[in-house]
Design a protein around this ligand. Structure first.
Ligand code: ADP
Ligand code: MG
Length: 451
């Protein structure tokens, strides 16, 4: 279990945090709801508990384990990971049934900090925010489902949790369930295995408001999709609200059945756009208010938030990670973080952020810029309306990332890398004389660098 949970945590907390805090944890056992790890120091245990405790509990709970707190044993020479599972596995088979029921009643826990109050609204997310508010504030279903989509870290999960909190407050008797699509699948597969489909269906079809995060995860998983479709239809028929999120529009999710796509499109589909500089700055200021008191003595100097908002543009989660890192430095060193220290602290982070934004981001922005669908930008259509933007994206991928041609080719639907090379040459040649094209390139470069 821990191995899988660990993997899922990696994407959540970011590579840096993962390597520093999560990877070194040695699973000891899970008994009576207490999940115990060996750690190298008390400090490390405290830290992990404080900043990643919720995430760890959430992930382990998501796998159907009954777990409600963490405990850490200081052990300066932790056992090698090999020996740990032997003891760890013993208690597991003893009580699977009771556990799974418990998890199923409630869905996944909501993050206390993800409320409307802590959500900062800007142009790029105002529609999504308004729709979320509408769902949270009204008892009638005016659109079904609400489908939110947008890039990683732009606040989809935050908004769903905010809806969840609001509804739970306002309608304490209603059954408000939040799950990830992955979790939906786990439960489905487990129900199959434990021959408890009745229980599964009962649970999901008696919900008043169902939120499923990252639905893209079920694309291509046929049996799960089928079940999801039935659950969905049953709830819609009962006029129960459904809220879904994904990183792409329904029609752009590969491997999602047509009938599901059309069902999804029959509700309200809203995208969250990448953040503007002003919004990022606003979010940072709000986070300082919200987190600041967790860091005794931390001081963030003038211009530092502006620097972060300027440098880290891809994803609000990265932005938050950076801020946390600065808080930590400031608090530990008991020194104000000025611009120089901020630059130093974030050098590594900025490097990986820059590298990671890349090709997906380029493709998305280019498709947006030319007003075509991402699927068409990547897909096979040869019409110039699609082919030119595609070549532009190839060109920018070469220019702005350190990816090799075969790597880029893979990102463009597995085309041959000579096709990529041809595309790049084409743009090189044309942009020398075609001023509209070179202007497009400049705009895109700017949008991608957020300069
Ligand atoms: P997604 O689900 O879209 O990948 P999340 O909802 O997990 O993104 O957001 C990532 C992080 O960024 C969260 O910690 C969230 O609180 C924060 N965040 C994103 N957008 C906003 C916003 N508009 N205001 C405040 N925090 C935000
Ligand atoms: Mg999310």
């Amino acid at each position: 279990i821990w191995g899988v949970a660990q993997n899922r945590l990696k994407t959540q907390v970011g590579q840096n945090n993962y390597v520093t805090w999560i990877e070194p944890l040695r699973f000891r056992d899970l008994q009576d709801g207490i999940l115990t790890f060996d750690v190298q120091s008390q400090f490390m245990g405290n830290w992990v508990e404080r900043y990643f405790g919720d995430a760890i509990l959430r992930e382990v709970a998501a796998m159907g384990e009954a777990v409600d707190r963490l405990s850490f044993v200081v052990n300066r020479s932790p056992r090698p990971p090999k020996s740990a599972p032997a003891t760890a596995q013993e208690p597991v088979p003893a009580r699977p049934a009771a556990r799974s029921r418990m998890g199923q009643e409630n869905g996944l826990p909501l993050e206390p900090l993800y409320t409307f109050d802590t959500f900062v609204v800007g142009k790029s997310n105002e529609l999504a925010h308004a729709a979320a508010r509408r769902v949270a504030d009204s008892d009638e279903v005016s659109f079904n489902p609400l489908f939110l989509y947008g890039g990683v870290g732009l606040g989809k999960t935050h908004l769903m949790h905010a809806i969840g909190w609001e509804l739970r407050n306002r309608r304490p008797d209603a059954k408000i369930v939040y799950v990830s699509a992955e979790d939906f699948m786990y439960r489905f597969v487990r129900a199959l295995r434990e021959k408890d489909m009745m229980g599964f269906k009962e649970m999901f079809r008696s919900i008043d408001v169902l939120m499923v995060d990252d639905v893209k995860f079920i694309a291509g998983k046929d049996a799960t999709q089928e079940e999801f479709f039935h659950t969905f239809n049953s709830l819609v028929e009962q006029k129960k609200q459904i809220i879904l999120s994904s990183d792409a529009a329904p029609g752009e999710i590969d491997g999602l059945e047509k009938r599901i796509v059309s069902r999804l499109n029959s509700g309200l589909v809203i995208d969250i756009h990448p953040t503007s500089y002003e919004l990022r700055l606003g979010i940072l200021q709000r986070k300082v208010e919200v987190f600041g008191d967790r860091w005794p003595g931390a001081r963030i100097g003038d211009g530092v938030l502006e620097f972060l908002a300027h440098k880290i543009s891809s994803n609000v989660r990265e932005l938050e990670g950076a801020l946390t890192k600065l808080f930590a430095h400031s608090s530990f060193l008991d020194r104000e973080v000025d611009l120089e220290l901020a630059q130093e602290c974030l050098r590594d982070m900025l490097k990986t952020v820059d590298r990671r934004t890349t090709i997906d981001e380029i493709q998305r922005k280019t498709a947006d810029h030319y007003g075509i669908k991402l699927a068409d930008l990547i897909g096979p259509r040869r019409n110039r309306v699609y082919a030119r933007p595609r070549q532009v994206a190839m060109y920018l991928a070469k220019e702005m990332t350190d990816r090799s041609l075969p790597e880029i080719a893979r990102k463009f639907g597995g085309r041959d890398h000579t096709t990529i090379m041809y595309g790049i040459r084409q743009i090189e040649k044309l942009s020398a004389t075609d001023s509209a094209l070179s202007e497009d390139l400049d705009l895109l470069r700017k949008a991608l660098r957020w300069s």
